[in-house]
Design a protein around this ligand. Sequence first.
Ligand SMILES: Cc1cc2nc3c(=O)[nH]c(=O)nc-3n(C[C@H](O)[C@H](O)[C@H](O)COP(=O)(O)OP(=O)(O)OC[C@H]3O[C@@H](n4cnc5c(N)ncnc54)[C@H](O)[C@@H]3O)c2cc1C
Length: 598
Amino acid sequence: MDRRTFLKTSGTASLWRFCPHRLLASPASQRVRPSDPGWPSETAWKRLNDAVGGNLIPVDFPLSTCLSSSQNADCRALFVELKNPYYIGDSPGLTQTLGWVDAWATKPSVYAVAARNAHDVAAAVNFARKHNLRLVVKGGGHSYQGTSNAPDSLLIWTRHMHDVTIHDFVPQGCQSTHSPQRAVTVGSGAIWMQAYDAVTTKAGAYVQGGGCTTVGVAGLIQSGGFGSFSKHYGMAAAGLLEAEVVTADGKVRIANACTNPDLFWALKGGGGGTFGVVSKLTLRLRDLPEFAGGANFTIKASSDDAYHRLIRHFIGFYRDALFNDHWGEQAHLSPGNRLEISMVHLGLDTEQSRKIWQPFLDWLTRSAGNYTIESEPVIGSLPFRRWWDVDWRREHHHDVFKVDSRQGAKAGDVWWKGDSGQAGWVVWGFESLWMPASLLEDHSQEKLADALFAASRFSRLELHFNKGLAGAPAEAIEAAKDTAMNPAVCGAFALAIVADGQGPAYPGISGHQPNIVQGRKRADVVHKCMNKLRAVASNGGAYVSESNFFEPAFQHSYWGDNSARLAEIKKKYDPEGLFFVHNGVGSEQWSADGFTRL
Ligand SMILES: Cc1cc2nc3c(=O)[nH]c(=O)nc-3n(C[C@H](O)[C@H](O)[C@H](O)COP(=O)(O)OP(=O)(O)OC[C@H]3O[C@@H](n4cnc5c(N)ncnc54)[C@H](O)[C@@H]3O)c2cc1C
């Protein structure tokens, strides 16, 4: 008796629609694990290894050396290395964030294809589809939400595909509509430092990428992506001209404005690990302005009242003097009544940038007694071409980078000191919210100051001005509208971020355990802090790459009205859901671990 006849004759057919699908899962809706009979045989794995030129590797888990004892020399050395993003990036079994309390902890795949080209990627995709495996893709490994690791999976590891080529470029199929333009083609495993070194330091041009030098190019572009100068150049994804991508059917496709334009649009902010595996990206190049620079200092207010006045005054000053495409990066507010300015500018020389800040500094001087400048203002410029030039920075005593000090490391393998805290950390809480520019209008500034002050009673919060596009040139805003990102980004003056964590840490390692009690408490504080801002920015939405693992109604938060179109494109290119990531497009059809279709 087949299953349908049995249901009919036993009178249970009417119960069918009430039955939890999970209980009735057919084998195809359950991916296989190494302990399952369906796991590929040694011979099958050997065939895959042959197909990828011997680049199938068993994935080592460096942290296992600490699980028996954290006192051995290997474990102590490992915890030093876990502060080095290059060490982490070179280890297929590790991720930049090691976990998130009550959400996930990094776990290695069983095997990885250390892909060298699209052919290797396609072989891995076909193998995973045929054998019903959980597939995961890792580039720079910087996902906060753990979307580039999964236990019992096959990993496509793109780290070795990092060629960078500058050329005149016309997207395939666009010959009749597009003139050649200067562009850079980057292997999808490249990190931004590799792109900046080739494009800016060596070739004197500009490519819009991320702020953090060790973030992966492909991961950042697929989530939208902002860099320090995005208030002028716009979203990184908006600079994508073409991607080479392997879709779930194993085909190597080209996606650009003329060929597979729907897939192209989805790759621009629809989230990584969802629509296919990108093997190569071509990005638009721009001219470099002569100067870039920054303004850095910290002010402490002597009382809560003085702090509220400081916030109120800074909002007015920001709106009048800084709310334009010259100024990006951050201001931080904190319970200690501190305002920390950590901003960058482009296109201004030292004199111009100091002149802009002078009225604010004068106001502080006039209010002496209420405010202490804890770190003296450093406001100035440098030749933009030297922004990521490690040798130049060293020669000029700019102590801004940390260096990969492992034997054999390249001299240019560096990361901003300010990003160090996040290497190997465990997240306690992390939330983001786009802050609408309407809050900067005269009649709303008091309301915004109240909300920022109230939020700062809970936790340190960051306003990332370069991650909201209000104030950017019209061209940058138009280009952002042609991406999958939540359109709220176009009307926001900043992305507010509140986050907390500890590290390096990992569950089960004595002396390095994540502090669950403290973590839960701090997650609650992060949430309460952000709720004070939500009270004045209720429709803000959150940035997919920098947001809460537990984001409610994530589809709307991340993509707004674009989420329905993304769901259609997902169905078209990946109807069986081969590509799964936590809170990705279509992920609601799968169990949390991506193994069981719901
Ligand atoms: C310290 C730090 C600083 C950051 N700074 C910024 C910043 O300045 N601006 C900003 O916008 N964001 C920033 N982010 C967020 C970052 O952009 C995202 O986490 C981004 O997705 C990371 O990409 P990745 O390749 O490094 O990470 P991964 O974890 O390797 O990948 C992220 C996601 O993309 C997928 N993916 C990776 N490569 C491919 C590929 N080739 N094809 C298909 N899918 C792929 C992965 O499966 C995963 O789902 C930062 C994150 C960290 C940890």
